[in-house]
Design a protein around this ligand. Structure first.
Ligand code: C2E
Ligand code: CA
Ligand code: CA
Ligand code: CA
Length: 285
């Protein structure tokens, strides 16, 4: 089996790389790490964007930036295959930095094209959310792009936050002070202390896709999704359901009061050029 081959496991969760094999096989691992470094330096990474939809109107209200690796031999590789390897080495810090800059640059291009500015959500790795360097990255960026702070949302996973909640809260508060928004990603899949959730001051909860998958067939998943929406509402937070693939899921989520939706039913992640043309009203190329 090729290391780059994807394998889909039971509950909508992707497992790539033969992890046990990788752990033992240091040369193989080092090769991938070095390829990944080359990818960052050599412009092999690119961003795709997936729309966030207003559940009432069906209109696009924002975008989530998702990284891809255009590998010279293996073609397009999805992040589940390389983020964890990057996380286990310091490469993730470079990768996150690259992504943040790429998104900012894209926003600048769209602005210069006279297109409407939409908030873009950027995924921040677990290793980064306890580091003040992250704040510095954004500070420097906003000096170059003063229009940017209000068009950036950082997505931090619940698990990453709860691994070191005090530190994560500290970093996040600095980011919020710069004017960015923040979302708790994959919410419901980990354990959150509600006390921390309140202290965190994040703007949005994103319901983990595993619950949305089962929402029309499984009572438990439906109850969890409904409870998260109620929790978010009671804390005056926005709530996004990710992985919406059917109209039935849309209807149900709307009836529960979920404001925002994301998923293949509306759009797969697309290139910047496609996003500009389809959703931002740019002239066809
Ligand atoms: P995530 O942040 O939970 O992102 C959502 C993933 O679900 C994306 O996969 C997206 O393409 C996929 N998705 C969206 N709608 C649907 C749907 O309706 N059905 C199904 N089955 N899937 C859907 P993707 O792009 O492969 O990203 C996977 C994960 O990799 C992300 O999960 C995130 O944790 C990480 N990631 C992606 N981009 C970045 C990045 O730029 N930086 C960092 N640090 N991590 C990233
Ligand atoms: Ca995300
Ligand atoms: Ca997510
Ligand atoms: Ca995820």
């Amino acid at each position: 089996i090729s290391l780059y081959e994807a394998k889909k496991s039971g509950k909508g969760c992707f497992v790539f790389w033969q992890r046990s094999f990788l752990k033992d096989s240091t040369p193989e691992r080092m090769r991938i790490e070095s390829e990944l470094r080359d990818a960052i330096d050599g412009n092999q990474l690119l961003m795709h964007y997936q729309p966030k939809i207003d559940a009432e109107t069906g209109q696009v209200t924002g975008l989530e930036a998702l990284v891809r690796w255009n590998h010279p031999r293996h073609g397009l590789i999805y992040p589940d295959s390389f983020i964890s390897i990057a996380e286990e080495s310091n490469i993730i810090l470079e990768l996150d930095r690259w992504v943040i800059n790429a998104v900012a640059y894209q926003q600048k291009i769209w602005k210069e094209m006279g297109l409407p500015l939409m908030t873009v959500s950027v995924n921040i790795s677990a290793s980064h959310i306890t580091r003040m360097e992250l704040v510095t990255i954004f500070e420097e960026l906003f000096q170059r792009y003063p229009f940017l702070p209000h068009c950036i949302d950082v997505e931090l996973t619940e698990t990453a936050i709860m691994a070191n909640p005090d530190r994560a809260t500290e970093v996040l508060n600095c980011l919020l002070a710069l004017g960015v928004k923040a979302s708790v990603d994959d919410f419901g899949s980990g354990y959150t202390s509600l006390g921390y959730l309140k202290k965190l001051n994040a703007n949005t909860l994103k319901i983990d896709r595993s619950f949305i998958d089962g929402i029309t067939a499984d009572d438990y998943d439906r109850d969890v999704a409904r409870a998260i929406i109620a929790l978010a509402t009671s804390m005056s937070m926005d709530v996004v359901a990710e992985g919406v693939e059917t109209m039935e899921q849309w209807d149900l989520l709307r009836s529960f009061g979920c404001q925002y939706l994301q998923g293949y039913y509306f759009s797969r992640p697309k290139s910047a050029a496609e996003i500009a043309e389809i959703y931002l009203g740019a002239d066809p190329l």
